[in-house]
Design a binder for this molecule. Sequence first.
Ligand code: T6T
Length: 332
Amino acid sequence: MRMLSPSRRTRAAAWLTAVASGATLLATVGATTGAAPVRHAAKHYTIALIPGLTTDPFYISMGIGAEAAAKKLGVTLLWQGAPTWSVSQQTPYVAAMVSRHVNAILIAPTDVKQLIPPIRNAVKAGIPVITVDTTIADQSLLKSAITSNNFQGGEVAAKMMAQQIGGKGEVAVINTLPGISTTDARQAGFVAEMKHFPNIKIVAMEYDNDQQTTAETDAQHILLRYPGLKGIFGTNLYSAVGAAAGVEQAGKIGAVKVFGYDAEPLEVQDLQKGLLSAIVAQKPYLEGYLGVEYAVDVLEGKSVPKSVQLPNVVITRANLKANAQWIYKTHL
Ligand code: T6T
């Protein structure tokens, strides 16, 4: 079984400590260092960014982008959230930001339905809400929903996998949890695209609860049941890295093609080792940056796009160098 790297454990521990102490985790901007802001918000605003989880390089990169925009605009950004993917842990952060009367909330909701009531409370309190990455089923509550083209990402993973396995064989999906807008869309895109390949059968779809170690055991179990398996699609970084580790443990590197989502350093290492065939990278920095810009626009009475889907970048070993800018950051 592969364990978390020491750096990831240290990072997670640092976040946990900060969250437990109720610390404000990011930027008090306005700003003491760096270049002068190029544009200032009319008033001094405080904007909250509640990520899906604080320990995930995807959301850390989003936080860095949000911080850059906050600095540019001269607003205060509060980056606070739970250390693991959890509706019950995320919900109190929304309530806390409402009590704190922040000017706007950016949030990556951990469930399409269950985060509707807390978001509705924020809206009732007069706080505009924008979703970043994931979203909720009731879009009428939102000023904007910024995400990646998740369905297309799933399709492209399926297309590449089909090509690499010669258009036939058994394949599997390892996903996080049902009820998450992003990963549901990736799975749907993958399934839809595989319909074009009549000789490919999706034999298993497992959920790992956003846990790398669960994804790893899921992969091992699937391989025991389907020893001839040709491919696995891991719909986010923990699913992908876990699936790759499971394939490695089973001694099936190369025989089973693993396609993953996201672009954190562990995935890049797996790509270099040949454990992952390709990764679908998102642009979390840009999502965070745009989120803060839109929040300020909304607060200043300007219109913003109701929905934004950023394009993905497919990274393979061959084009890794050229795409180094899209690799996620692990530290703020
Ligand atoms: O894939 C991202 C994000 O887009 C998804 O909503 C949840 O998982 C990640 O944060 C990666 O772990």
